[in-house]
Write a protein that binds this ligand. Sequence first.
Ligand SMILES: Cc1cc2nc3c(=O)[nH]c(=O)nc-3n(C[C@H](O)[C@H](O)[C@H](O)COP(=O)(O)OP(=O)(O)OC[C@H]3O[C@@H](n4cnc5c(N)ncnc54)[C@H](O)[C@@H]3O)c2cc1C
Length: 242
Amino acid sequence: MNKIIDQPRRRPELPTHELTVVDSFNLHTGMRRVLFDTAAFDYIPGQDLVLMLPLKDGTLGRRHYTIRHRTEQGRISIDFVMHGEGAGPRFARNAESGQKVQAKGPRGRSWLREGFTNYLICADETGLPAALHIAESKDQYQQIQLVLEVQNESWKVPVLDIGVSVDWIFRNDLPPGPNNLLRDHVARMTLPPSCMAIVMAETSNTRSVRHHLIERGFTKESIASEGYWRPGRIGGHDHVEE
Ligand SMILES: Cc1cc2nc3c(=O)[nH]c(=O)nc-3n(C[C@H](O)[C@H](O)[C@H](O)COP(=O)(O)OP(=O)(O)OC[C@H]3O[C@@H](n4cnc5c(N)ncnc54)[C@H](O)[C@@H]3O)c2cc1C
């Protein structure tokens, strides 16, 4: 009898790109945008890059950041949540024109799957760049309901696209982290019968939205969910698939 050996899940090596900083500026106090020039590569709106960012000890650390936008000339923008003194915010604060950054990717499955016309997208600040890019790139037949958990009103941006509705949820005095805001909001929503959901937020919040949707009859295949950050985690991403 053949012996079945469990192989560890191997992922293909992602292509590497060299990004060159062109400019950086605050969108508001909580979010800073960095513009990069890079050679052209294909990606799907919602996908991210793994940036190799300088750490305090002089080594490089892997951090996931979403491609927020790309111009026809190939210039990309990335929006950094300025949550503290991590490698991401530190890089965005100090980024200088001409500075080089290695990036691997694109990667990720947070994008509009075919076979649906209705989509629910739930995100916190870290998933906001993906949520907005996806909404801006949808076709005229696709309908998107965005549910966006952010700190306060200063995070609100106009979302003008036809076929997109937005519910903003403000934490106000509550710090970012595990809470029930996204799940409780979705629980109060009426959702169309055939709908795909994309959930991109703090890991436990992503998980509780996913579990709620499964209880409501969503199939696992109709949900793309990923933990974008978690208190105590350094870089990385959490699979939320159960
Ligand atoms: C697929 C994917 C796409 C992402 N896209 C973006 C994006 O476009 N923009 C973006 O800003 N982030 C994005 N993130 C989240 C980002 O990768 C994490 O927040 C990452 O930890 C940031 O690195 P850091 O150096 O700031 O902090 P780290 O050194 O990784 O973390 C230090 C500590 O800071 C805390 N922390 C981390 N992130 C946050 C936060 N957002 N709010 C509060 N506390 C936090 C945690 O306690 C953590 O242990 C994405 C994540 C994934 C998986």
